[in-house]
Design a protein around this ligand. Structure first.
Ligand SMILES: *Cc1c(COP(=O)(O)O)cnc(C)c1O
Length: 343
C-alpha cells in the first residue's frame, strides 16, 4: 500500500524537471560569487519581490538566523508573535547564536497588534535593551497556515519605521499566502525590510531558502552566512531546482488549499474532531481531538499507511502538498470513518 505523508510539505520530492535542471546546471564557486545558477536564482527572486538583492541559504532556519544576526546587535530585543517559528521551533538559535532577547506577543491568527508593538518598542537606555527588530510570519504555521492580512502587515511596518526599527518577514510559506489571497509576493515583501522563504516546502525543491533585502544588507548577510557555516560552493546544482520550483510550483499551491479545505470540512462534520474552519486558509489543518489520544491516532493511521503529526497533547496537524492527490484525501477520510466506527 502506498504511503500518504501528511506530516508536512517538507516531504515533497523534486520533480523530474528539477532533476534534469540539476544535472545540466552551469556551476562555479559561489563563495567567489561565480556560480551562474545561484546568481540567476538570486537575481530572479530579488526582481520578483522588488528587493535589491537576495542570498541563497541552505534552510529556512538559517535564513531567519542570518537575518536576525545581521539586523541586530547582541543584547537587543526582537519582537515576535508567541507561536513564531523563529522563537519556538528554531532550536533557540537567535538567543544562543545572535545573542538577542525575545519578546513574544499574542496575536489574532498570527497578526500582532501594531499598537501593542509600538508600546513595546524601546530605543534603549542604560537599563533597557533596545528593540533591534520585529519579525512577522507569513503564512503563520502554528496558527494553522493562516494568511496574515496585508493591511495589518502595513500597519506594523508603519509603526516600526516611525521608530527606526526594521521588520523581517519569515515568509517560509509566503507563496501559499500569495496563492490564497491573490496579493502579490512583491506587495507582501514591501511590508518588510527583509523577507525569507523556503523553496523546499510546497514548492518541492530539495534544498534551500532565500533571504531578500537591500543590497547593503545582503552583503553583510553573506558574512553572517559564512560565519554560521552556510557558505556553499557549487550550490548551483540545488539552485537550479529552485529556479524550476519558482517557475512550475507556485500556481499549483491553490490545489493544496482546496484539498486542505475538503479535509477540514469533512473532519469537522464527523464529530470528535474540532477544527477552526476559519483558520484553514491554505495547506495546513490543525485538528483538536475531543476524546481520542493523538499519539494513538497517529499510530493507528501509520498502520494504514497514513503519516500524521501530533503537534500537542490534543492536537494533530495535516499538511497537503504536491504529493497528496484527491485519492489520498479520500483514503484519509475513509480512515477517519473506520476510526469513528471502531469508537
Ligand atoms: C519550515 C519553517 C521554517 C524553517 O524552514 P527549514 O527550511 O525547515 O529550516 C521557518 N519558518 C516557518 C514559518 C516554517 O514553517
Amino acid at each position: 500500500m502506498d504511503r500518504i505523508d501528511l506530516r508536512s510539505d517538507t516531504v515533497t520530492l523534486p520533480s523530474p524537471r528539477m532533476r534534469q535542471a540539476m544535472a545540466e546546471a552551469p556551476v562555479g564557486d559561489d563563495q567567489y560569487g561565480e556560480d551562474p545558477s545561484v546568481n540567476r536564482l538570486q537575481e530572479r527572486i530579488a526582481e520578483l519581490l522588488g528587493k535589491e538583492a537576495a542570498l541563497f541559504v541552505p534552510s529556512g532556519v538559517m535564513a531567519n538566523l542570518v537575518a536576525v544576526t545581521t539586523h541586530t546587535r547582541p543584547a537587543e530585543e526582537v519582537i515576535l508573535e508567541e507561536w513564531a517559528h523563529t522563537s519556538r521551533f528554531e532550536s533557540g538559535g537567535i538567543g544562543s547564536l545572535a545573542h538577542v532577547l525575545t519578546r513574544t506577543l499574542r496575536s489574532d491568527r498570527g497578526l500582532m497588534d501594531a499598537d501593542e508593538i509600538a508600546r513595546w518598542i524601546s530605543s534603549g537606555n542604560e537599563h533597557t535593551p533596545r528593540t533591534g527588530l520585529v519579525c512577522v510570519e507569513q503564512t503563520h504555521n502554528f496558527h494553522g497556515g493562516a494568511v496574515v492580512p496585508l493591511d495589518g502587515l502595513r500597519r506594523i511596518r508603519e509603526v516600526c519605521h516611525a521608530r527606526g526599527v526594521p521588520v523581517h518577514m519569515d515568509g517560509a510559506r509566503m507563496w501559499n499566502a500569495v496563492a490564497a489571497s491573490g496579493v502579490s509576493g512583491a506587495d507582501y515583501a514591501a511590508c518588510a525590510d527583509t523577507v525569507s522563504f523556503c523553496l523546499s516546502k510546497g514548492l518541492c525543491a530539495p534544498v534551500g531558502s532565500l533571504l531578500c533585502g537591500p543590497a547593503e544588507f545582503i552583503a553583510r548577510a553573506r558574512f553572517a552566512r559564512k560565519r554560521l557555516g552556510g557558505g556553499m560552493r557549487q550550490s548551483g546544482v540545488i539552485a537550479a531546482a529552485g529556479l524550476v520550483a519558482l517557475r512550475d510550483m507556485r500556481e499549483r499551491l491553490a490545489d493544496d488549499h482546496v484539498r486542505a479545505r475538503r479535509i477540514a470540512e469533512r473532519l469537522a462534520s464527523l464529530g470528535g474532531f474540532a477544527v477552526d474552519l476559519a483558520a484553514v486558509q491554505t495547506n495546513i489543518v490543525f485538528v483538536r481531538l475531543e476524546k481520542l489520544d493523538p499519539a494513538r491516532v497517529v499510530e493507528a493511521a501509520a498502520k494504514d499507511g497514513l503519516l500524521l503529526y501530533a503537534t500537542g497533547p490534543q492536537q494533530i496537524r495535516f499538511v497537503t502538498h504536491h504529493d497528496v492527490d484527491d485519492d489520498d484525501v479520500a483514503r484519509l477520510l475513509q480512515f477517519r470513518e473506520r476510526l469513528a466506527a471502531r469508537g
